[in-house]
Design a protein around this ligand. Sequence first.
Ligand SMILES: C[S@@+](CC[C@H](N)C(=O)[O-])C[C@H]1O[C@@H](n2cnc3c(N)ncnc32)[C@H](O)[C@@H]1O
Length: 275
Amino acid sequence: MAISERDFQFISDLVRKESAISLEKGKEYLVESRLGPIAVKDGFESIVELVDKLRANTNMLLKRKVVEAMTTNETSFFRDIEPFEMMREEILPELIEQKKNERKLSIWSAAASTGQEIYSLCFLIKEHFPQLLSWDLKLVATDISTETLDKAKNGLYSQIEVNRGLPATMLVKYFTREGTDWQISKEIRDMVEFRELNLIQPWIGMPVFDIIFIRNVLIYFDVDVKKTILANMRKHMYPHSKLFLGAAETTLNIDTSFKRRSYNRGGCYEISSES
Ligand SMILES: C[S@@+](CC[C@H](N)C(=O)[O-])C[C@H]1O[C@@H](n2cnc3c(N)ncnc32)[C@H](O)[C@@H]1O
């Protein structure tokens, strides 16, 4: 049965309030396809009954499940290869030179989904900058979704997932076969600190980072939310820090305190010295 306008509006308001994800009219099919399986699994007769339960506001776990189900977790290893090439060819060599006395480097994958982004950075470091392993190296991956974070922590991926973007040499070197899946070695998993973090709530305990990847999440938010998140990001960046957005995202017309820095393979953002 198709979701009613009233129920769609309720879900849309709930998801916006809890995650800032904007579900415009026309996304009814998405709500139906994502909530249907939760309704079945949790023993509801229909999505209508599930929404009624949510309206009663008594089941926090159900609320969380529904919000998490409405997130899009699409990701892959070395997604849009350019940021990783920029990191390898220019950004990390530059930062390593700049911080060679301090020997401290921190990287944050915000909206990390199931972990492929942060693990790609781990592989990059292991392959090309092993000297960083003896530095005070902090790799943090956060997401609103506990389900995706659990998967990221386990580092267990299907054949299809490892076929997407991961060089075969890295599969052989850093994964072991687990039935039909592949698991990342404990050594790599232990390099990363995974934390639940909702970008629209206070970022308690988050330090300042040298490099931040916040890719393919701002697209789901309204302009005011993007502005607030980018302004908060600045508080977690040094003047030399680099910020990576998704290929379809920009700070242009949203936050003038950032300037784009170009590299051979593309660009990322820095805090503008004029801000
Ligand atoms: C499309 S994935 C992007 C994954 C990865 N950054 C990439 O580019 O491949 C978007 C992620 O943003 C997360 N997300 C959505 N709203 C969020 C919020 N308010 N706070 C933190 N993470 C959020 C989702 O759970 C999802 O894992």
